[in-house]
Design a protein around this ligand. Structure first.
Ligand SMILES: *Cc1c(COP(=O)(O)O)cnc(C)c1O
Length: 398
């Protein structure tokens, strides 16, 4: 593929364009590089790229598993026709699991109560739920504490022996894998190893043991085990920007999302004129400003005001003043740019346009948040630059 450029499709108002070829390419590259089966994480609407579309492109790229947080996400993938292995890890106490079991979704148990609930659902359906056990190795988020682990695996083993469940996996999640200097990851790997040993002693023989997210998979080869759960890297976003020794630069992964808009208006302002609410920026000399129809209602961080840049008329132009609910103002200087011109907020970066990472830095957040939050009134469409011409539109989904 040649997905180096942000997509060229007709522009409308404000939109998010997703290149499915980039997702496919990224999964393939990751799989080749990591030499480990991959679970592509498509939670949170595929990190803003579209749950179903991202899942489909990931499967085409070779994803062995898909991973999601919620029951609804897992069921939506099945409804859209996905039939591969699929893990969900954040099932609520109030949520029935019969549909998940019937749809052949692997579900995660944190507690004995979860196991009992899953076994009961399987019994009612006459099916054997596929269950993965999560051990909390130090994040203090989901999963069983080490103190509760022996009881969890003992109960899982006895339910398995009765044929009430099948334990397919044991897994955990890193706290700081993007920071190789943090010793917590070594400790987490050790606790995980201990937890797996306890489970094996209890008689469990899971198909997959998995621990690594994108950064773990890339930066800690020893953590790849049987399966890696790769989220953000799938979308062409570096999970650990600037980390020395990271294989990221050689991988050639491509950002899949371009956020762009039409320029609504261009006008001159004079020296001393303030821009946007509270005049947090004042022109020192006459300049042209352009109005872009996206704001914090679209998920643009307010903290990007006076800090981010956008790409218009072949150059990066600074955002001036406060980010409003519906719009931002950018400084065009003396450039000859007309209303209706394309404004790229972020894209692949190949032409010099900012990337989601640039926006993350400008907003003091992480690129994960930039891509998952963008939306609001923006339309999203999927294109495929692997097809003959990269203007082929796959359809609108919002
Ligand atoms: C979100 C998530 C991932 C993916 O993390 P990335 O850093 O995006 O690769 C993996 N595992 C779990 C449990 C997650 O919640």
């Amino acid at each position: 593929m040649s997905p180096s450029r942000s997509p060229r499709t007709p522009l409308r108002r404000a939109e998010i364009v997703i290149d499915l070829a980039a997702i496919r390419h990224n999964v393939k590259r990751l799989r080749d590089h990591l030499r480990t089966p991959i679970m592509t994480v498509v939670k949170a609407d595929g990190y803003g790229h579209g749950l179903v579309e991202a899942g489909r492109a990931a499967r085409e790229g070779g994803a062995d598993w898909l991973g999601v947080a919620s029951a609804d996400e897992a069921l939506a993938l099945r409804e859209a026709g996905d039939v591969g292995r699929l893990l969900a890890w954040l099932i609520m106490p109030s949520e029935p699991v019969e549909d998940l079991v019937a749809a052949d979704i692997d579900i995660t148990a944190y507690t004995v109560a979860d196991l009992v609930k899953f076994a009961t659902a399987g019994d009612e359906l006459g099916m054997t739920p596929r269950v993965q056990l999560k051990i909390d190795t130090g994040l203090s988020r989901g999963g069983a504490a080490l103190a509760d682990w022996s009881a969890l695996v003992a109960r899982a083993r006895s339910l398995e022996a009765e044929g009430a469940i099948r334990v397919t996996g044991i897994w955990s999640h890193f706290s700081a894998s993007e920071n190789p200097a943090d010793p917590i990851s070594d400790l987490q790997e050790k606790v995980f190893g201990d937890a797996v040993a306890i489970a094996e002693e209890a008689g469990l023989r899971p198909e997959v043991r998995h621990l690594a997210n994108s950064a773990g998979a890339l930066l800690r080869p020893g953590s790849r085990l049987d399966l890696v759960r790769v989220g953000v890297a799938t979308y062409g976003i570096d999970p650990a920007p600037g980390v020395e020794g990271s294989p990221w630069p050689e991988l050639g992964l491509v950002p899949a999302m371009t956020a762009r808009a039409e320029l609504a208006l261009v006008k001159r302002i004079g020296a001393g004129e303030g821009v946007s609410y509270n005049h947090t920026w004042v022109a020192e000399e006459p300049t042209s400003v352009g109005l872009v129809p996206v704001g914090y209602a679209e998920g643009i961080q307010r903290s990007a005001g006076n800090r981010a840049t956008v790409w218009v008329g072949g150059a990066r132009r600074p955002v001036r003043g406060t980010v409003c609910m519906d719009q931002i103002v950018v400084d065009l200087g003396d450039a000859d740019v007309e209303p209706g011109a394309e404004v790229v907020l972020w894209g692949t970066g190949a032409d010099g346009e900012p990337t989601a990472q640039d926006w993350a830095e400008a907003s003091e957040t992480i690129a994960y948040e930039v891509v998952t939050r963008i939306g609001g009134r923006m339309k999203r469409r999927h294109v495929d630059s692997d097809l003959a011409d990269d203007t082929s539109v796959q359809g609108d989904d919002r």
